[in-house]
Design a protein around this ligand. Structure first.
Ligand code: NDP
Length: 281
């Protein structure tokens, strides 16, 4: 069966809207998200606009900071310091990529870990590793929420994550481990990818190559989450999993588009709400 990312994302948005309303009623707090965009990359502009729209729909106040591509690094750091100190702002999102003269790592580390709703700060990465409370990155959170949405039991199950990036593969693997799955993390040097995937009861693909995971590798009954977003020469979007063949074998599979894609923004909303709630706790 197909895991409908749009429907799960709608459920998360409804939950966030209700909780935001309650927070305003009980504590007079409106969750605030600052979105910082440097330069005029058209794709980044679209992302930022979508994030603002999504915020408005659930009662999160979003504040956009548009800076020219030529902005000196110290000015960007000053802005982040101001946002860190602003009690009306609960989340700070710096849209990547940044121009080359700016050290992205320095900027991301300047964001207060308490407002790092993207979950990219080394403190939050460390908290994930050690099982502490922090902000978890949004796409991996979306993957976990999708697994939960179909009642996928994780305890003791064999889970294979393909891809070991800091933003998707590694955090997903840690979150699955936290939920007591037996986790194998595969990458481009994995000797027998087909064999590893074939043993998996849960597969998460985050490779960035269309159809890198062949349908015939999927173990019958496995749950498959496809994070990949790849543009085919035809202009169409495709995931990392060979969908048509894989769906014949999987019990549940997420499509591309309409799978993990819609989840990322709504988990950002959820993290911003969490931050606002922590501010009154
Ligand atoms: P990266 O390019 O950072 O990482 C890709 C990973 O895949 C690497 O660990 C790489 O291994 C591994 N890999 C590459 N080729 C192979 C192969 N043939 N066999 C096994 N492993 C391989 O990508 P991201 O993690 O940033 O993104 C992955 C995909 O997810 C992309 O398509 C991206 O667009 C999509 N994405 C979707 C999001 C969403 O909202 N839905 C959000 C973020 C990403 P190695 O480390 O050895 O190089």
């Amino acid at each position: 069966m197909i895991i409908d990312g749009k429907a799960v994302a709608q459920q998360v948005r409804d939950e966030v809207r209700l909780a935001a309303r309650r927070l305003r009623k009980d504590h007079g707090v409106v969750p605030g998200l600052a979105v910082v965009l440097v330069g005029d990359d058209p794709a980044s502009r679209v992302y930022v606009r979508n994030k603002e729209k999504a915020c408005a729909e659930v009662g999160i106040r979003s504040v956009e900071h548009l800076l020219p591509a030529s902005v000196p690094e110290h000015e960007l750091l000053d802005l982040i310091a101001r946002l860190n100190g602003d009690p009306a702002i609960h989340g700070i999102l710096v849209q990547l990529p940044l121009p080359e003269h700016i050290a992205s790592a320095r900027i991301l580390e300047a964001v207060s870990p308490d407002k790092d709703v993207d979950g990219f700060h080394p403190v939050n990465q460390g908290l994930l590793l050690s099982g502490g409370e922090g902000f978890r990155p949004c796409t991996p959170l979306g993957v976990m929420r999708m697994l939960d949405s179909v009642g996928c039991a994780l305890k003791g199950r064999n889970a294979v994550v393909v891809g070991r990036s800091n933003i998707v593969g590694k955090p997903v693997a840690l979150m699955l481990l936290e939920r007591h799955a037996t986790v194998t993390l595969c990458h481009s040097r994995t000797a027998d990818l087909a064999g590893e995937v074939g043993r998996a009861e849960v597969v998460v693909a985050a490779v960035g190559k269309a159809h890198a995971i062949r349908g015939e590798w999927i173990r019958p009954g496995a749950v498959v989450i496809d994070v990949g977003i790849n543009r085919l020469p035809t202009g169409k979007l495709a995931g990392d999993v060979e969908f048509v063949a894989a769906r014949e074998r999987a019990s549940w599979i997420s499509p591309v588009p309409g799978g993990v894609g819609p989840m990322t923004i709504c988990m950002l909303l959820s993290n911003t709400l969490l931050s606002a709630r922590r501010s009154v706790a």
